[in-house]
Design a protein around this ligand. Sequence first.
Ligand code: GAL
Length: 421
Amino acid sequence: LPGLRAAAQEASPAASPVAIQPIATGPAEDQLEVFSWWTGPGEHDGLVQLFNAFSAAFPNVEIIDAAVAGGAGSNAKAALSTRLGGGDPPDSWQSHAGKELWGLYVDPGYAAPVTEIWNALGLDDAIPQGLADQLTRDSERYLIPVGVHMGNVLFVNRQVAEDNGITISEEMTPDDFFAAADTLQAAGIPALALGSKDPFAAPHLFENTLMGVLGPEAYIGLWDGSTAWDSEEVTAAIEQFGRYLDYVNEDHAALTWDGALDLVLNGTAFATSMGDWAYGAAVSKGQTDVLAWAPHPGSAGAYSAVMDGFTLPNTPPHPNNATNWLATVGSADAQAAFAPYKGCIPARTDADISGLSDYLQWSADQFASTTIVPSNAHGAAASPQLSQDIFDAVASFLVDRDVALLQDSLVSAVEADGLGQ
Ligand code: GAL
């Protein structure tokens, strides 16, 4: 396929156990409890790499993997909020940077600053300023980043493309995509695999569509109040979102994001609009050679940044282990071991990425050369309430397909939030 590179390399295990530098000086406690939503293919394999790195330094600590299944953390965040509200925090939990971190964890007083750990890890020199800003308030850091994903990627089944005479390039426009979709429809193949059982999946497709229609700068403006939500461009994006939905698999409400990816991997659907973690899932299934990729149609030049990190609770049950867990996830070597399995690039710019697959090298190039934009489907762009309102409005649209209603709902939700004021 012109313009695309094959997924040639698989993840390979770290040659030797990753050696981390402990930061806490006190004795290790007997347990470490880590909370995340990394139960899916790829994401769980990545988590295991981090656990292995911690265990190599602290072999006698029992690690409790408190992960709660559900893409993008929809179930996990609810379960965690119950625990935090009840004064029962794990030793560390996964969070995105940005408004999710502030709204769910810092403002309510659950997360403590990690500034000392940040400094001990030398992260001032290793984390790009734009990312660091999303976890910094009043000079205090609140998250140790572990990896960054590009969210606006179209993963394509190469063979289905070839069999149907479809050419894909990095500059593919929505019109190109819909022309291909008609060809595929005639052949009985859904052009787009969607797993809307995961509440984030349709909002994810919607925001990728907004990026493609508005372009990166105007898209950023949607989240800082400088781009109007009642514009004709947003109407056009909603209409285009509806067109994508015309070509999705009929069973989308029964599938999760990785179930939708399976349709692409198995050749029963053409493409899915997802983030780098989908590549990690393909690594886990040994099916990377099936895939080609490109930015979501029209969104070349934008990188929808989905950054994961781990927090420190105000009262961790095992404080030394909690600190040394953060020393682990924040180390360049552990991030280099984690990234190929997780499907992400290391958050640290000084981590060794020479061992990453062609796909992740491409993603790293995108990160370095495009405009970084925030994701709402993954917590960065909007407050938890606004984000939920958008999820709800998009979920309704899947059923009623009412363009004006979705736009009105979005405008009202943004007004109620006071976004950008
Ligand atoms: C994102 C998260 C990723 C990935 C994905 C699917 O929100 O940042 O790490 O796992 O959800 O669960």
